[in-house]
Design a protein around this ligand. Structure first.
Ligand code: CMX
Ligand code: CO
Length: 153
C-alpha cells in the first residue's frame, strides 16, 4: 500500500527561521511554499530525494492561528514532528481499505495538498499516537501519458 515516506511534517513557530536552519544545516532546498487556509498553515516543502511515484520531503508548518490543528499541537506539545505522510498509488482506494480495518478517517474524501497532491489524514489515536497522512502525488507529465496509454489498451 505504501510506496515511500512522502514527507515528515514538522510544526514550528517561525517558518522562515526553520527554513534557514534546514537549508544551512542539511543543505536542503525549498521546492514549494504555500499558504493553505483550509489546513490553517503556512508551509514549505524541502526536497530530499525522488522515489517511486513521487519525491520525499521535509514539510515545515507554521500555524495561521492558535485555533488550527498545528496551532493547538504547538500549544500542547511545542515544536517537533507533527505527522508522517506515506505515498500511496491511489488515495481513494487506500482510504477505503484502511477505513474498513477500523481506523478513523479524518478525511472521508481526499483534499488538496502541496504540489498538486491529493491527501487524507488518519486519526492519530488509531495509529499508535502518530498523525498519519496519505499522499497521492500529482502525476508527472510522462507518467500521465503512460497511464493514459495503458488505460487505452
Ligand atoms: N500527533 C499525535 N497526536 C495528536 C496530534 C498529532 N499531530 N494532534 C493531536 N493529537 C492528539 C492530542 O494530543 C490529543 O490527545 P489527548 O486526548 O490524549 O490529549 C488528541 O489527539 C486530540 O487533540 P486536540 O488537540 O483536542 O485536537 P482535535 O481533536 O481538535 O484535532 C486532529 C486533532 C488530529 C483531529 C486534528 O489535528 C486534525 O484534523 N489534523 C489533520 C489535519 C492537519 O493536521 N493539518 C495540518 C497539516 C497540513 C499538511 O500536512 O499539509
Ligand atoms: Co503533510
Amino acid at each position: 500500500m505504501f510506496m515511500r515516506i512522502d514527507h515528515v511534517g514538522i510544526a514550528c513557530h517561525d517558518l522562515e527561521e526553520k527554513i534557514a536552519f534546514f537549508e544551512r544545516t542539511f543543505e536542503l532546498t525549498v521546492v514549494a511554499r504555500e499558504v493553505n487556509t483550509e489546513q490553517g498553515v503556512k508551509e514549505a516543502m524541502l526536497h530530499i530525494a525522488d522515489g517511486e511515484g513521487g519525491g520525499s520531503y521535509i514539510q515545515l508548518l507554521e500555524p495561521l492561528g492558535p485555533d488550527t490543528p498545528v496551532g493547538k499541537f504547538l500549544a500542547k506539545r511545542g515544536e517537533g514532528v507533527h505527522h508522517v505522510a506515506f505515498g500511496v498509488p491511489d488515495v481513494v482506494q487506500a482510504l477505503e481499505k484502511i477505513g474498513g480495518r477500523g481506523v478513523r478517517l479524518l478525511d472521508a474524501q481526499p483534499r488538496h495538498g502541496t504540489l498538486g497532491s491529493s491527501i487524507a489524514f488518519l486519526h492519530p489515536k488509531d495509529v499508535g499516537g502518530m498523525l498519519t497522512e496519505l499522499v497521492q502525488a500529482a502525476e508527472r507529465q510522462g507518467e500521465a501519458t503512460a497511464n493514459a496509454r495503458n488505460a487505452d489498451t
